[in-house]
Design a protein around this ligand. Sequence first.
Ligand code: DON
Length: 325
Amino acid sequence: LISRAFRHQFIVPEFQDFCKDVEEIYWKCKDNQSGTVASYIPQLKRMDPNFWGVSVCTADGQRYSIGDVHTPFTIQSCSKPLTYAIALDLLGADVVHNYVGQEPSGRNFNELILDHNKKPHNPMINAGAILVCALLKTLVGPEMSLAEKFDFTMNYFERLAGNEDLGFNNAVFLSEREAADRNYALGFYMREHKCFPTNAKFRECMDFYFQCCSLEANCDIVSVMGATLANGGICPLSEEKVLKSESVRDVLSLMHSCGMYDYSGQFAFKVGVPAKSGVSGCLLVVIPNVMGICLYSPPLDALGNSCRGVQFCEELVKKFNFHRY
Ligand code: DON
């Protein structure tokens, strides 16, 4: 970063000006009072609807944060692109996509459906993410216990975040598992159709999925993960190559087409960059080769995306030409 500074070669050269615009959009979105906080488990229901944080980390490590950027939240579905990325990196796309498709489902994220091959549509919806967790658990280091696999995965996530420590919210994990009728239904439905790899231990795979959803981070940390994805798999802070560039390409492709629930098509049209939202109100946005952004605000719209998060993205592309096309 310092040598780039001397050479005046930053990816976002006028970063201060950019930050001023981000700040302006931040305040504009703060007034947005729409949406409701997720209520299916008490730990999410209790979240303060006023929390609002924005963190930016560029692909060369310049950073800007405003608002509640240190407030911890469970990453929920923002774990889906990350577990998918690890599975791709360690198993290869051919193996992973023997089990899960690449097509937007056009339905809710937890809808009880499989595609015409009786596979989950994609890794960004619950069925696909449960199966990706099953692949990670069963096929990557098959000798590892669930405890070891949890540590292994958390460590991978931490490396994506430049070795920041992640947390684990046990109350959320226990509640998720307790309130998981639909996820179990998806799991059983997939087991009926022989979607899981042979030798998969069903209960452990389900627990592993709930555990990944219950990992805890904050806006600052998740923005660095986004920057690593924006930077082809090299973390701009640690300079470690955490993911292969092919894996990153695949992850971003599916975040682009499937990352925003049943709003993905409209989001791709209007905003035009890969993103993934989670039910805690987090939104991971990647502007390839430029920056990662994390937005956090718990009130969700009817489709499950953070209201302020989506508004922020729409305002940002009005101001800056980040749309891929
Ligand atoms: O599986 C669930 O219902 C949640 N823990 C996952 C949440 C989420 O963010 C919804 N996503 N696609």
